[in-house]
Design a protein around this ligand. Structure first.
Ligand SMILES: Cc1cc2nc3c(=O)[nH]c(=O)nc-3n(C[C@H](O)[C@H](O)[C@H](O)COP(=O)(O)OP(=O)(O)OC[C@H]3O[C@@H](n4cnc5c(N)ncnc54)[C@H](O)[C@@H]3O)c2cc1C
Length: 510
């Protein structure tokens, strides 16, 4: 049987998530033949998209891969589709704070400074907000960073239960603020307030995910193409080891090479580090871009806990809950001098429903209990920074399976923040608050495994996300983060990838 023909492009982008999609956006309309390689398919638009039973209980859209965790092997909360993890994201589009780019002392050590400042990303944050159609409001959040552009759309209004919560938070001397959200909501918008969003795909394309906002618009330009069902296994170099010449891929049951002048790796923080490690050769015994030894280290995923705030006499039928966030304790709790460290962010979670609780709780719990709980609860997400630990690793086992080991950090800070948030919710009228931590088997906010920096001995990428060790390899997904901050990552991935894409278009590939 003849082998498939070798394909040649100017630029190959591996992965169609936020990082890959933003670089494609910047290269669209140029004369650079750009091909996006995506291992997944288009996610079908079907009734099950909005069905909690299908999404949570049957896990219809999760990968069938098993990864090895410290708790054993399991199917991770990982998704492979055009648009990447944003197909399932909650659409919260926060900018990181100015201080998140600086060194910050935490309970468990130092959150390192980034090689770039907030001011380097500020214009790109603005562009990312426009591309994703972010709805947001300024002025209420005491930690919000400065901005040179306003949000493209006003904030999504609170539904009645949340409007009353906002008022009570203010009465408690807090500063609740509108949650910036990438949802096409409001007059003339597509959103139908279906009651799902966070952790569900959008059946009507109203959520601003990477497929809708980046990939599809880029594909309207003749120089950009997308190949789905193409899994990149490894990258191949020339004889010097400095240049990547091809991606070795599996496509339709065959192994083939796809060649390009420039490679943009954007397969997500776990898979990008795995592709680099799998590309080891006699020239690069510990994998590509890895003379510093940091590839696959410093895996981070945020410390997160879900809270259900309950009042037995108050039901909650909110359809779109992700409109409120509290950052008063992001940098710490000034009323407690005994613990002078950052705590984190509190934000509303997507509305929980009975099947979602059933999927996470012991099987003996009667369904009526789950229905009653979720019919009354206001659901929150408590997030604290996860520090980069060199022994938090993503590795391959001898059989080629992904193995994630997570050294927990900032546990005390997170516990304090959960306790504080619980006390706040009780104070504003919810006498019962149930807590459940998120585990590493749900690597939603994975980042840090191919960090960027200014020192080639301590980082894999330079401040423009180019591999120090290679002339034509860039890594633009969440793996470049040297720290995780305590806010959702997508807008920051987008801002840096837009910056890198612009640099490629105007400086490198002209
Ligand atoms: C349930 C959930 C809720 C979330 N909510 C929010 C939120 O509200 N706000 C927020 O900011 N963030 C949120 N996140 C996180 C956010 O979605 C991610 O941080 C972001 O999408 C990551 O983008 P990325 O480009 O780094 O990688 P990914 O989105 O993982 O993209 C990588 C792409 O590469 C493909 N790929 C992987 N391996 C290969 C390979 N070998 N060959 C070819 N292609 C490959 C993947 O299929 C994928 O399409 C959430 C995530 C989840 C899962």
């Amino acid at each position: 049987m003849s082998s498939p023909p070798v394909l040649y492009y100017d630029v190959v982008i591996i992965g169609s998530g936020v990082g890959g999609g933003c670089v494609a956006t910047q290269l669209a309309g140029t004369n650079l033949r750009t091909c996006i390689l995506e291992r997944g398919s288009r996610l079908p638009r079907e009734m099950e998209n909005w069905d909690a039973e299908a999404v949570f209980v049957d896990q219809r859209y999760r990968t069938h891969e098993h990864w090895e965790f410290d708790s054993g092997k399991s199917r991770p909360g990982q998704y492979y589709y055009v648009g990447g993890l944003t197909k399932f994201f909650g659409a919260a589009m926060f900018r990181f704070r100015v201080e998140d780019f600086e060194e910050v002392q935490h309970e468990d050590g130092v959150s390192p400074a980034w090689p770039i400042r907030y001011s380097d990303l500020e214009p790109w944050y603005g562009q990312a907000e426009r591309l994703f159609g972010v709805r947001g409001g300024q002025g209420a959040d005491p930690t919000e960073p400065w901005r040179t552009t306003t949000y493209p759309f006003p904030p999504i209004p609170h539904e009645p239960v949340l409007a009353s919560i906002e008022q009570r938070l203010r009465q408690a001397s807090l500063h609740p603020s509108p949650m910036p959200a990438a949802v096409d909501y409001g007059s003339g918008g597509k959103c139908q307030r279906c009651g799902t969003c966070d952790a569900f795909p959008c059946r009507i394309g109203a959520k601003g995910d990477a497929e809708v906002c980046l990939i599809d618009p880029a594909l309207r330009q003749p120089n950009v193409s997308l190949r789905t069902g193409v899994k990149v296994n490894r990258l191949l170099t020339d004889s010097t080891g400095r240049r990547i010449v091809a991606a070795e891929v599996e496509e339709g049951g065959e192994v083939r090479e796809i060649h390009a002048e420039t490679f943009i790796l954007a397969a997500g923080a776990v898979n990008s580090s795995v592709i680099l490690q799998r590309s080891s050769s006699p020239l690069h015994s510990s994998g590509l871009a890895n003379s510093s030894g940091v590839v696959g280290r410093h895996f981070m995923n945020h410390n997160c806990t879900g809270l259900m705030a309950l009042h037995p006499l108050r039901s909650n039928h909110t359809r779109f809950p992700k409109t409120l966030s509290v950052n008063d304790f992001y940098f710490g709790d000034t009323s407690d001098p005994s613990f002078p460290y950052p705590l984190g962010n509190l934000q509303l979670l997507g509305k929980l429903s009975e099947p979602m609780v059933r999927a996470a709780m012991p099987s003996w719990m009667p369904r009526q209990v789950g229905r009653w709980l979720t019919g009354h609860s206001v659901d929150w997400y408590v997030m604290s920074e996860d520090l980069p630990h060199p022994e938090s690793t993503v590795r391959l086992t001898s059989s080629g399976q992904i193995k994630v080991h997570w050294e927990r950090t900032n546990r005390q800070a997170h516990q304090r923040w959960v306790k504080k948030a619980t006390a706040i919710l009780k104070k504003i009228g919810y006498p019962v608050v149930l807590a459940r931590p998120f585990t590493v088997e749900t690597p939603s906010h994975q980042c840090g495994t191919v960090r960027f920096g200014t020192d080639p001995a301590a980082s894999a990428l330079d401040p423009m996300c180019k591999a120090w060790d290679h002339d034509n390899l860039y890594v633009v997904d969440a793996s470049f983060f040297p720290s995780s901050a305590a806010l959702n990552p997508a807008l920051t991935i987008a801002a840096q990838a837009l910056r890198v894409g612009h640099h490629l278009r105007t400086e490198v590939l002209r």
